[in-house]
Design a protein around this ligand. Structure first.
Ligand SMILES: CC(C)(COP(=O)(O)OP(=O)(O)OC[C@H]1O[C@@H](n2cnc3c(N)ncnc32)[C@H](O)[C@@H]1OP(=O)(O)O)[C@@H](O)C(=O)NCCC(=O)NCCS
Length: 395
């Protein structure tokens, strides 16, 4: 049945506990907290733990969004995961998420549009529901970028972080609200401005590609910056005009969190004050496809969005892709509290007869462990412990 409207009914996010500060990065590359803050606005970012993968981050954010929507996981008809850092090349991360959230009936696939992945997946969900094919779609943006960064390359390793953001998009029998205008563009002129050279069919992985570091993200920062400032404003304006709105009517912009200077220049270009721009790049860095999803969930939970507000999601990324959505908000923000019932754990079934290597980059582990102070054996410091058998002292 074709719905009267298509609305966001649930939202949620998950950010790994471990924080990587600019001071930590100073120990890895020739950079400074001052340089990173003044050029990007980033103070810290999150790093997934050894046991976490893109699918587990995605599943926690997804379960939170489902709880907020007041649904059972089995009611989800389709799962879309926007990511450029999947657990494997196949199966899709969405397939792993399906099992992890306890759903046996949904279709599931990944959306590959780099940092625009969440916005592209949201548009895809809206189209499926509008066609009458599905009623509830779980849309997740999830990334584990710290495993695809060269922690000796100061151009890239300071920018990115890990996390996941999700929404449930649902058919509604009520008129109005939801997605009002959409814009999606892809400009292959920028195909090699941000890219990951090896591992695909053009350059299959080999000892040689690994030696050359071609399994890490590469980026032309200046070109990307130029494209981003222009395209974010143009895409946002296109979506706003399709909705029949004027930019001054928009209550809150939720832009891709890549760099505070990019966000500031978009505000300037649209002649809007910065308090209309939601910003959390200082705490998470650039989480690529997860960025808009995390920012949306925080904006609603922090009380920045209320029923009837006009909000605009806008993102850009490798490809170059760009996407914007003008949305009239309809859900009760208080429902966000339902996410508190979801613990930050998710498990994905391990493959049979296969042991992966330790996924954490060695340089990163070293700096994070170093920060925790000297390693003192616990049996020497826990008070009240029974005495241990004397150790053999080498002669
Ligand atoms: C990456 C970025 C922050 C660099 O900022 P910038 O102002 O363009 O800086 P530049 O590249 O001009 O570098 C200026 C100087 O700082 C140096 N530098 C670069 N990275 C540095 C770092 N992490 N720490 C200290 N110095 C650094 C450069 O080597 C250069 O030195 P030089 O003048 O001696 O040659 C900026 O270009 C950017 O944000 N680009 C967009 C990236 C993006 O959003 N990517 C994701 C897209 S989804």
């Amino acid at each position: 049945m074709v719905p009267r409207s298509v609305r966001i009914t649930g939202w949620g996010h998950y950010a790994p506990e471990r924080v990587l500060t600019n001071a930590d990065l100073e120990k890895l590359v020739d950079t400074s907290d001052e340089w990173i803050r003044s050029r990007t606005g980033i103070r810290e970012r999150r790093v997934a733990a050894h046991h976490e993968t893109t699918a587990t981050l995605a599943a926690i954010a997804g379960k939170r969004a489902i709880a907020v929507a007041g649904l059972d996981p089995q009611e989800i008809d389709l799962i879309l995961v926007g990511t450029l850092t999947p657990d494997y090349w196949m199966p899709s991360t969405a397939a792993l998420v399906k099992e992890a959230i306890g759903n046996t009936r949904a279709a599931a696939f990944d959306v590959m549009a780099a940092c625009s992945g969440f916005v592209f997946a949201y548009a895809t969900a809206d189209a499926y529901i509008r066609s009458g094919m599905y009623r509830h779609v779980l849309v997740i943006g999830a990334e584990l970028l710290t495993r695809f960064l060269d922690f000796s390359d100061r151009n890239t390793c300071i920018l990115f972080g890990d996390g996941a953001g999700a929404v449930v998009v649902s058919a509604s029998d009520e008129e109005g609200g939801g997605l009002a205008g959409m814009e999606m563009t892809t400009d292959p002129d920028g195909a090699y401005m941000i890219w990951l050279p090896s591992g695909g069919s053009k350059s299959p992985p080999s000892a040689e590609t690994v030696r050359r570091g071609e399994h890490f993200v590469r980026m032309e920062g200046k070109e990307t910056y130029r494209y981003a400032t222009k395209t974010l404003a143009t895409s946002a304006l296109a979506a706003i005009s399709r909705a029949g709105w004027d930019p001054s009517e928009v209550d809150l912009f939720i832009p891709h969190q890549a760099n505070i200077r990019i966000i500031e220049s978009v505000a300037k270009g649209l002649d809007l004050p910065m308090d209309k721009m939601f910003v959390n790049v200082d705490r998470y860095g650039n989480t690529s496809a997860a960025s808009v999803g995390i920012a949306l969930a925080e904006a609603v939970d922090f009380g920045r969005v209320k029923v009837g507000d006009k909000i605009v999601f806008v993102a850009f990324g490798a490809g170059f892709t760009s996407g914007a959505a003008a949305v009239e908000w309809t859900a009760d923000p208080a429902h966000g509290r339902r996410a508190e019932s979801v613990q930050p754990v998710a498990s994905v079934r391990a493959p049979v007869d296969w042991d992966s290597v330790d996924p954490m980059p060695a340089r990163l582990t070293a700096v994070l462990e170093d920060r925790q102070g000297p390693q003192v054996p616990l049996d020497d410091v826990v008070p009240g412990e029974p005495e241990h058998a004397p150790r053999e002292v080498p002669a």
